[in-house]
Design a protein around this ligand. Structure first.
Ligand code: HEC
Ligand code: HEC
Length: 290
């Protein structure tokens, strides 16, 4: 069928000449504003192609010579150069020296906060408050391995029971029931004695029976009165802070088959300046000792 362009009577607009079963297509012009926006974008792209990298011909075209990736590389290099001297001073100083120098300290606290969020918060909580399942709070003054700058730095640097450093923190509580040293009933009595150390026992006869078992099996690590031992990372049992188990049943199960906390060694993963910044940051979370 031949196409025939005609005027539509109703709108006064030309038709395209296409017709389907009596339906005719109008050839409505594009709105003016739309056309101008399109011309503007074409003009913009023409200017862009001349000024900025568009074609990979002998490097990149573009009269300004600006390249986004190189700009980032330069910015990073400039930031490194600005931070470099500060990072060297942080690396060379001890955590105590950093903490005593206001300028170094504020730099280390800012850097330590970021490094903590990136590397430690997953286990220790965003504010170092700890998490159930054996992840200790770093914001209180109850320390397994010690809360001085030196002790915190050594823990972070070498890790705990991870088998990654010769100088790691390590110790192993025996599996008293699983290895047949104590019966389940003896473990329950020992747990009762453990509760008595923080004044929570309700069964005097159990305490009496547990006392000797504790002295024989536990005091060497946890101390005669449950005061703990930082050389072994053995928690104080006479306070209200619990890492793994707090009620009698859980303590008895724990004595039977303890789980030992593991922390990676960070010395091989983070540079010395970052380890120092983390030490100062953790020490300042609330429980730092002198
Ligand atoms: C994979 C989990 C995990 C990550 C990640 C982790 N930790 Fe730990 N951290 C632990 C566990 C578990 C313990 C307790 C180990 C134990 O029972 O002796 C611990 C213990 C510590 C202690 C000793 C606390 C005390 O009471 O003596 C310090 C300090 C510490 N972590 C700092 C850090 C820092 C700083 C980071 C980040 C660089 C970090 N941790 C990342 C799991 C982790
Ligand atoms: C060789 C040293 C050693 C001996 C012996 C030992 N423990 Fe432990 N115990 C530890 C260590 C280390 C931990 C901490 C584990 C960790 O950090 O994950 C621990 C943890 C515990 C906990 C968990 C504390 C908490 O805060 O959740 C209890 C309870 C406990 N021991 C009781 C006992 C009792 C009772 C005995 C004796 C029957 C005993 N331990 C013998 C080293 C020892």
């Amino acid at each position: 069928m031949p196409t025939k362009i005609e005027k539509d009577a109703l709108t006064g607009t030309d038709t395209t000449g296409h017709e389907w079963d009596g339906l005719k297509e109008l050839n409505t012009p594009l709105p003016k504003w739309w056309l101008y926006v399109m011309y503007a974008t074409i003009a913009f792209s023409a200017v862009w192609v001349v000024l900025y990298p568009a074609f990979p011909i002998q490097g990149w075209t573009g009269t300004t010579g600006w390249i986004a990736r190189e700009a980032v590389v330069q910015e990073v290099a400039a930031a490194d150069e600005r931070m470099g001297p500060m990072m060297s001073r942080i690396r060379a100083a001890t955590p105590q020296q950093i903490a005593a120098d206001p300028e170094l300290r504020s730099f280390a606290m800012a850097g330590g906060r970021i490094a903590f969020a990136n590397n430690c918060a997953a286990c220790h909580g965003a504010g170092g408050q700890g998490a159930v399942g054996g992840f200790p709070s770093l914001a209180d003054d109850d320390w397994l391995w010690g809360g001085t700058h030196e002790a915190i730095r050594a823990t972070i640097q070498h890790g705990i029971r991870a088998g990654e450093s010769d100088e790691e923190r390590t110790s192993m509580m025996p599996r008293f029931v699983a290895d047949g040293v104590l019966t389940t009933a003896q473990a329950a009595d020992t747990a009762e004695f453990v509760l008595s150390l923080s004044g929570r026992s309700t069964d005097a006869a159990g305490v009496e029976r547990g006392k000797a078992l504790y002295a024989e099996n536990c005091a060497s690590c946890h101390g005669e009165n449950g005061e703990g031992n930082r050389d072994l990372g053995a928690p104080r049992l006479s306070d209200q802070v619990w890492l793994h188990a707090s009620d009698k049943a859980a303590i008895a199960r724990y004595i039977g088959n303890p789980r030992m906390g593991v922390m990676p060694s960070w010395g091989g993963r983070l540079d010395a300046a970052t380890v120092n910044m983390l030490t100062v940051y953790v020490h300042a979370l609330g429980g730092g000792e002198n």
